[in-house]
Design a protein around this ligand. Structure first.
Ligand code: ZN
Length: 290
């Protein structure tokens, strides 16, 4: 859903609350405290509309126990933030978000990080078919390039590993190291190995994949990048998107927060074929139900 649609549809808290109820409970509202189903609307002075459970007599909002719990930011700004974030293919900086929403930069930062955290909780189904495996390193270029700072394997940058199903989804993890064990875990936990074949580069830790499933590699160290159908160009194209978000929007994020930014990139990639309103609803669902 683009920002104009959001502004039209969610002009006030009432409209936002109704939508949150629908996303959270579908047709049947339930009390988050006692699970009771007898809920009525309730208005407290100077507060947002609230819901009241006739079982335990507690009043609550559809945001209780979600990332929007007790937020002081108007709900329509949350909705706009989700729309802006979902529409920005190469992500959006907190400063940009702050300008769009007339919020302090710190608030915009905390809000966008909470949305990313919700996306981190979404999981893809097992990958199958032709799967490319690769890894990349996130971080700036060496400040003094001639001092022996390494690029690629052996660098101090943040290591991100990925598996991408051609025509399908990508799964990423931030790792401290990427040796045999991590490769094996990655493959066995995230792919349906009986229905898959794997393409990688010539990194030695990938050789073991042949024990679980068909595996072919291209010899990057011998400057072989494509051999017929065997290549890792699809996942490398995806890394380019991740890196453009780094260079173009955020400029820097610490290792600790890398999983959040990667979760945003992979979520967008995995839902790239959906209509923007479906993507918006999916992010809402992650924010409310995870
Ligand atoms: Zn109750």
């Amino acid at each position: 859903m683009n920002t104009i649609q959001v502004m039209r549809q969610f002009q006030d808290d009432k409209a936002c609350m109704a939508f949150l109820c629908e996303i959270r409970w579908k047709a049947k509202m339930k009390c988050p405290y006692c699970n009771g189903g007898n809920i009525s609307k309730h208005q407290e002075k100077d507060r947002r509309d609230r819901l009241q459970c006739s079982g335990c007599r507690k009043s609550f909002s559809p945001t209780v126990n979600t990332i929007l719990h007790k937020t002081h930011i108007p709900l329509f700004k949350w909705f706009l933030a989700i729309s802006l974030l979902s529409e920005a293919k190469k992500s959006i900086s907190s400063r940009q978000l702050a300008r769009h929403l007339s919020l302090p930069v710190k608030t915009a930062y905390s809000l966008s990080q909470r949305i990313r955290k919700a996306l981190l909780g979404t999981r893809s189904p097992l990958l199958k078919g032709i799967i490319e495996l690769d890894e990349t390193y996130i971080g700036g270029k060496p400040r003094f390039p001639n001092t022996g700072a390494k690029r690629g394997r052996g660098t101090k940058k943040t290591l991100v590993v990925g598996m991408l199903e051609r025509g399908g989804s990508v799964i990423n993890q931030v790792e401290k190291q990427y040796r045999k064990k991590q490769v094996r875990d990655m493959v066995l936990q995230n792919a349906d190995v009986e229905k898959s074949s794997f393409y990688t580069d010539d990194y030695g830790a990938y050789n073991q994949i042949g024990r679980f499933a068909p595996h072919e590699s291209v010899n990057h160290s011998m400057r072989e990048y494509v051999r017929g159908d065997v290549h890792t160009n699809t996942i490398e194209g995806y890394w380019a998107l991740v890196k453009r978000a780094w260079y173009g929007q955020h400029h820097h994020y610490t290792k600790k927060y890398t999983p959040l930014y990667i979760a945003e990139s992979s979520f967008k990639y995995n839902n790239r074929k959906l209509h923007s309103s479906e993507v918006f609803n999916k992010i809402m669902d992650a924010c409310i139900n995870s």
